[in-house]
Each structure stands twice: as C-alpha cells, then as structure tokens.
Design a protein around this ligand. Structure first.
Ligand SMILES: [Zn+2]
Ligand SMILES: [Zn+2]
Length: 226
C-alpha cells in the first residue's frame, strides 16, 4: 500500500467490517480521515486497483474487503458466544472460514446446498474444522478469479457432500470447476486470511499465496495464481 493515507482508509474499512459487519460510507471515511469525499474516492480506487478491496459497480461504495462482504451473499456468520451480537455475510465458503480465521472467533455458519436446497448449519472456528462430509465447489480457475471477483465468490458454494456438488456441476456447468472438501478450504483459509485484520498486515506476495495453496494440496493449472 502506497501511502499512510491509503493504509488508514483500508484499516478503517476493515475495522468497520469487524465491529459492525458493514462497510463504512464514503462520507464516513472522509470525516474519519479529515478529508473530502473526492479524495476518499481516489484512495478507494487505488485500493481497488491493488485488490485490497472491491468497489460496487458504480464505485460509490465498498462492496467487499475480503473475506468480508457488505451485501448479503449465501453465507451468514453468527458468533458462538451468545453475548456477541455481531453478524457477517460470508462472501463464499472460503471467505466464511476466512472471517472466523481473521477474527480468531468460533462461529456458526449458515448456508444452503445449491443442489438440494437443504439448510447447512455448523460450528467452525480456528481450532474447529467443519464437518468432513461438506464439499466446496470453485467455479473457475485461479487465473480468472479477479476478472469478476464478486461473481467468483458468489459461485464458491458449499454442498451437503461431493455427490451433490458433482450433480450440480453436471446439471449447470458440466466439466467446469473444482470440488474440494470443506476441511481443505478451512485449512487454506487459516493462513490465507488469519493476518488480514492484524495492525501490521502486509499483503501477501503471489508466491506466498501459491505456497499456501500447495500446502493444502491445491496444485496444478486450476490453482495457478496470475
Ligand atoms: Zn445437498
Ligand atoms: Zn470469496
């Protein structure tokens, strides 16, 4: 991140997601950084260019700051601690594990199987893997993820099991995607997102992230980062 100012805006976006499950508005960011809206827009554009966050189609609001989403997607996260009334939208299966990893928090994850519509609800956390039978389907190879990252996340869904993920693929997008077990995705999300809201976070290099994929056995052309 180029300047202290862009770092400050980035940290405010993440801080608001952590505390309130939402993105701050441009007006809020202008007030909190003691500057004006056009300057905030420029900083947000710079951050989006660096893939540090994702803006809405009209670039007038933050849409995602991975693993957080500002708008409802297929996953809802609730802290296991009943006194903690925060909630988050999980952008995808991977991001849902990522939020738990970034916050170091045990959560209940709620979603639905795209194939059969069954509700899927389970506890997960930094030391608590998801149920072994759950499967996660990645729609497109890593090289294409950021062509439209919101669409990519929207399609990284969780299924009851591998069979349901395979049947869905056959019906909707034959011979595409990659089906992983949820525990593998959970293991990936820990180191991928675990440092995301640390005060001293530094963006991972491509090589670092490629190694994280390899470490959990996600190798080959599908997983080659751009
Ligand atoms: Zn199912
Ligand atoms: Zn995602």
């Amino acid at each position: 991140m180029k300047t202290a100012e862009s770092r400050r805006v980035r940290d405010l976006v993440y801080g608001t997601f952590v505390a309130e499950g939402r993105a701050p508005s441009i007006a809020e960011l202008a007030r909190l950084t003691n500057t004006d809206a056009s300057r905030v827009r420029n900083t947000l554009a710079e951050l989006a260019e660096a893939h540090a966050l994702v803006l809405s189609h009209d670039a007038d609001t933050v849409r995602m700051a991975h693993p957080f989403s500002a708008a409802p997607m297929a996953f809802v996260l609730t802290p296991r601690d009943g006194h903690d009334d925060r909630r988050w939208w999980g952008g995808c299966a991977w991001d849902s594990f990522g939020i738990s990893a970034a916050l170091g928090l045990d959560v209940q994850i709620d979603t639905a199987c795209p194939q059969c519509g069954a509700r899927i609800s389970f506890a997960s956390g930094p030391g608590t893997p998801p149920p072994a039978e759950l499967a996660v389907r990645f729609p497109r190879p890593a090289v294409q993820w950021w062509d439209d990252v919101v669409a990519t996340c929207t399609m990284i869904r969780m299924f009851c099991n591998t069979d349901h993920a395979e049947r869905w693929t056959l019906d909707h997008a034959p011979e595409t995607g990659y089906i992983a077990d949820a525990v593998t995705v959970w293991r990936l999300a820990g180191p991928w997102y675990g440092d995301r809201v640390h005060p001293d976070f530094q963006p991972h290099t491509r090589e670092h992230n490629q190694q994280l994929l390899e470490d959990v056995g996600l190798t080959g052309p599908f997983w080659r980062l751009p």
